[in-house]
Structure formats: structure tokens, C-alpha cells
Design a protein around this ligand. Structure first.
Ligand code: ZN
Length: 291
């Protein structure tokens, strides 16, 4: 199964560019189907009201729940004090499977991470080139999975992307997606050094072409197991949808399986394990947006 972990949908109201105005899915869905992409994780566009943007996204997902799932977007500063409530609504009413935060809105904060921990969700955090925060996140929230889109920089910041690879190597809970990464050899290096279990295929559709982005993964010429992790296995593991893929499982393609960097060993702190149970065994949530 091929899963695109990063595509936007819905409308924004900023009018500074497509990213905060409109993310229409029509062409994306045709292109993704033609490219063989089976499922797509949708994220809202930038918006002045993420409660409303998440609600609108749930309506979009409901039109094609076999192909679409979604992450809830929150604004770390503007939504302060109601992030738990926004995420709870997204999980319980919309069956969303992760949280999206963008550094352009505001730097990620403890409230976002606590909500991710509480609801066992991965956080797709666009760091906008601010790589040092990954050190703090991995230290403070080792049980929360973070996905860094664009290998750290949509703006093609080579230094930031190189820095993210070091964090991928050192921190089991830090992952990256491939969307919009232009310097191909950085993707080669990320897989070689960090392992295929840390890299997720994403397109940043509808603005980038999912077939073009997928061609980059083909060009990596990965072995079948590595390829299947990058193209969907990792994302499904992080959202708890693969019963056979428990957190902590080693990447079978790693040259040295005893090396310290393992597949996302995202385990809850012992005190919470009994309270909420293992993510891998969490029952599937109903796909039933209420409106
Ligand atoms: Zn994006």
C-alpha cells in the first residue's frame, strides 16, 4: 500500500498565496490514483480558525474515507488553552490520526506535545529550518513521534536538511518526510544514515505533483522492505494501523540490526502504558465525522 503522508485540502483565508487560500483536491486525486497512491493523509491549509478548518477537512475525508485520512491542525500560540479540546474533537468526532503544527504560525509548545502524548498521535511539525528544536522535543517527549516535513526546509535550506539527518540518526522518535526535497542526495544520505524506517513518502499536494514526488522514491532504488516502509509502512505504524508493526521493531534492511538507531521505538512512559494501552493495539476509531 502506498500512502502519501502529506497533502493539503480545504480553504484558507489569508490570501497571501495558495498555501493559505485554497487546496483543491480534484487534480491531486486523479494524479495520485494514476501514480498508484492508495491513501492520503490530508492536512488543512493555513487558516485563521483551525477548529473550523479541521471540521471542513472532516467533511472532505467523509466523501472518500477509503482513500483519505487526516491530521488536525492547531496553532500553538493562538489556540493556547484549547489545543487539548481541538485535538480531542478531531480524534473522537472526526477520527483524525495526527496533529499538524507549522513554525510559520508559532513555535511548537508543551501543550501540543502533551495533547499528542495523551491521544497517542504523531505530530507533523514543519520546523521551517529550526532544527535545534528537535533536540529538545526528542529529549522532553521521547514517546511522541515527530515527522519533520521537507526534511526540515521547504525552502531548500541545505544546512537545515543536513542537520535534520543528524537528528534522524540520533533520535528514535524523529522522522522526516520527502515532500518538496530537491537535493536528491540528501534523501539518499537520510536513508543510508538514519534507515528507511525514519523516512516517509509525502507529496505536499495538491500544490506539488504526487507522481513527481513518488518518482523520487523510485529513484532511491530501495530494496522491497525499505521501499514498503517509506511508501506507507512507517506512516501506518506511527498512526497505529498496522497490527504486525509494533513500535520498536527494527528496520529489517538495516545493515547492522544491533545499531542504536532502531525503528521508531515510540513507547509510552511506563506510567501511562497501563492507563491507555499500547498504540499498536488501540482499537480502530470509527470513521464518522458528525457533519
Ligand atoms: Zn505542506
Amino acid at each position: 500500500m502506498i500512502v502519501d503522508c502529506h497533502c493539503h485540502a480545504g480553504k484558507g483565508d489569508g490570501f497571501t498565496g495558495p498555501w493559505d487560500t485554497d487546496a483543491p483536491l480534484g487534480a491531486y486525486l486523479r494524479r495520485a490514483a494514476a501514480a498508484g497512491i492508495d491513501r492520503t493523509i490530508l492536512l488543512p491549509a493555513f487558516s485563521s480558525d483551525y477548529g473550523e478548518a479541521n471540521r471542513a477537512l472532516a467533511r472532505i475525508v467523509a466523501r472518500a474515507p477509503h482513500r483519505l485520512q487526516a491530521f488536525a491542525m492547531v496553532h500553538a500560540a493562538r489556540d493556547r488553552g484549547r489545543i487539548h479540546e481541538l485535538v480531542e474533537t478531531a480524534v473522537k468526532r472526526y477520527a483524525f490520526r495526527g496533529i499538524k503544527v507549522h513554525r510559520h504560525d508559532a513555535p511548537i509548545n508543551r501543550e501540543v506535545c502533551e495533547a499528542a502524548r495523551r491521544f497517542r498521535l504523531p505530530v507533523l511539525y514543519d520546523i521551517g529550518g529550526d532544527t535545534a528544536v528537535l533536540e529538545l522535543l526528542s529529549d522532553q517527549y521521547p514517546d511522541v513521534a515527530f515527522i519533520v516535513p521537507h526534511l526540515g526546509s521547504f525552502g531548500d535550506d541545505w544546512r537545515a536538511q543536513l542537520g535534520v539527518i543528524d537528528h534522524l540518526v540520533r533520535h528514535p522518535n524523529i522522522h522526516a518526510d520527502t515532500s518538496g526535497v530537491r537535493r536528491f542526495d540528501l534523501l539518499v544520505q537520510a536513508v543510508r544514515r538514519a534507515g528507511a524506517h525514519k523516512i516517509l513518502f509525502g507529496s505536499d499536494g495538491p500544490w506539488l505533483h504526487p507522481g513527481l514526488e513518488l518518482a523520487k522514491i523510485d529513484a532511491l532504488q530501495l530494496g522491497p522492505q525499505q521501499r514498503s516502509l517509506v511508501l506507507g509502512g512507517n506512516l501506518l505504524r506511527l498512526i497505529g494501523q498496522t497490527p504486525q508493526a509494533r513500535p520498536g521493531r527494527a528496520d529489517p534492511d538495516r545493515a547492522d540490526p544491533t545499531a542504536p538507531t532502531r525503528a521508531a521505538s515510540i513507547r509510552p512512559p511506563r506510567s501511562q502504558a497501563g492507563e491507555h494501552g499500547s498504540q499498536a493495539h488501540r482499537p480502530p476509531l470509527p470513521l464518522a465525522p458528525s457533519r
